[in-house]
Write a protein that binds this ligand. Structure first.
Ligand code: KG4
Ligand code: ZN
Length: 337
C-alpha cells in the first residue's frame, strides 16, 4: 500500500509518500517561518493562505520525487486536527478533493498521533506498549500507548505547552520566532548553576505539567539582571535545564506507574539535544530504551501523517466525503486499530 500524507495544521506545509514495503519514498516541506517572523508568532489567516499557495506544487513535487503518479497511490491521509482551523481546512479540502478525483480512500489523521508514531519511520522502532512524551508547540502530553489508537493520556499541560514556553521565553530574550531552537542554541553558550529555576508541579503527585510559571520566572530574572549576551545565555541555560528536568522527573514517574521500560519522545521539543541526552541517560540508568524521530521528523512533517494514515486505512478506517477540521480533538477518543 502507498499513501500520500498531507500536513497543514500550523505553519508548515508537509507532503510525503509512504510505502508499506519500501518505506518513505519522498517528503517535501515548506516552512512559513519567514512569513510569520515579523509578527513574532503564527498569524492564522496568513498561514491558511500560504498553505493554499504551496500545497498543490508540493504534492506534485512529492509524487515526482517518489517517482510515481496518482495511479500508484492507494490512499490519502491528511491532518484533520488539532490545529488552526483555517490551516487544517486547506489540507482537508485538498485531501478530500484528491480522493474524490482519483477515486481513492482518504482518512483524517490526528496530528499528535502523527507525532507519536513518527519514531516508526526510523530503523529502530519501539514495540508496544511504551510511554510517549509528546512535547510540541501546541501540546504537552504523557501517554501510555498499548497499540495504535490505544492511548491513555496520563497527564498534560494545565497551561502553556513545552514548546510554547520555549517560544515565549525566547521572545522575552529578544530572540526571533520560532524561539525554541534559538533559545536552545543560546543555552549551549550558558554557564551552569548561575540561576535556579523552579521545577513546576514536581513536588506533588500526578503527571500534569505547568510551564507558564517558568516563563514568568524568566521574565523576572531578565528584568533583574544585566542585559549582556553571557547573562542571557546563562538564563537560557537555567530555563532549558528546568524544562528538561521537569519532563525527566515526570517521565520517570510515569514509567514507574505503568511498569513500561520503553520511552518515546516526539513533537517539536523532542529535537532539543539537552532533552534527548537527559532522557537517554535516564533510560540507560533504568535499563530501558528511548526512541525518538530523526531531527526533521520531530517537528511537523508529512511523513508522520502518511505513516499514521496508512495504519488507519489498512484497518479500513475510511472517511466519507464531508470535509472536517477538528481544532480540538482529544487523543484518547481515537478508535483502536
Ligand atoms: O511539533 P511542532 O513542529 O509543532 C506543533 O505541533 O506545535 O513543534 C514546534 C515547537 C515550537 O514551539 C518550537 O520552538 C519547538 O517545537 N522546538 C524546540 C526545538 N526545536 C523545535 N524547542 C526546544 N528546543 C529545540 N531544539
Ligand atoms: Zn506538531
Amino acid at each position: 500500500m502507498r499513501v500520500i500524507g498531507i500536513e497543514t495544521s500550523c505553519d508548515e506545509t508537509g507532503i510525503a509518500v509512504y510505502d508499506d514495503e519500501k518505506g518513505l519514498l519522498s517528503h517535501t516541506l515548506y516552512s512559513q517561518v519567514k512569513l510569520h517572523a515579523d509578527y513574532g508568532g503564527v498569524v492564522p489567516e496568513l498561514a491558511s493562505r500560504d498553505h493554499v499557495r504551496k500545497i498543490v506544487p508540493l504534492i506534485k513535487q512529492a509524487l515526482a520525487d517518489a517517482n510515481c503518479t496518482q495511479d500508484d497511490i492507494d490512499g490519502i491521509a491528511y491532518t484533520k486536527g488539532p490545529g488552526l482551523v483555517g490551516a487544517l481546512l486547506v489540507g482537508a479540502c485538498v485531501g478530500r478533493a484528491l480522493a474524490f478525483a482519483w477515486g481513492k480512500p482518504a482518512v483524517g489523521v490526528h496530528h499528535m498521533e502523527g507525532h507519536l508514531l513518527a519514531p516508526m519511520l526510523e530503523v529502530n522502532v519501539p514495540e508496544f506498549p511504551f510511554l510517549a512524551l509528546l512535547v510540541s508547540g501546541g501540546h504537552s502530553m504523557m501517554v501510555a500507548v498499548e497499540g495504535i489508537g490505544r492511548y491513555q493520556v496520563l497527564g498534560e499541560s494545565v497551561d502553556d505547552a513545552a514548546g510554547e514556553a520555549f517560544d515565549k521565553t525566547a521572545k522575552l530574550m529578544g530572540l526571533d520566532y520560532p524561539g525554541g531552537p534559538r533559545l536552545a542554541k543560546l543555552a549551549a553558550q550558558g554557564l551552569p548553576n548561575c540561576y535556579r529555576f523552579p521545577r513546576p508541579m514536581t513536588d506533588r503527585p500526578g503527571l500534569d505539567f505547568s510551564f507558564s510559571g517558568l516563563k514568568t520566572f524568566a521574565a523576572n530574572t531578565i528584568a533583574a539582571e544585566p542585559d549582556d549576551e553571557q547573562t542571557r545565555a546563562n538564563i537560557a541555560r537555567a530555563f532549558e535545564e528546568a524544562v528538561v528536568d521537569t519532563l525527566a522527573i515526570k517521565c520517570k514517574r510515569a514509567l514507574k506507574q505503568t511498569g513500561y521500560n520503553r520511552l518515546v519522545i516526539a513533537g517539536g521539543v523532542s529535537a532539543n539535544s539537552r532533552l534527548r541526552a537527559s532522557l537517554a541517560q535516564m533510560m540507560q540508568d533504568l535499563g530501558g530504551q528511548v526512541y525518538y524521530p530523526r531531527g526533521e521528523f520531530c517537528t511537523d512533517n508529512g511523513a508522520m501523517i502518511a505513516y499514521a494514515g496508512m495504519q488507519r486505512l489498512k484497518a479500513g478506517q475510511i472517511e466519507d466525503l464531508a470535509v472536517k477540521g477538528m481544532p480540538r480533538w482529544p487523543l484518547d477518543s481515537l478508535p483502536p486499530v
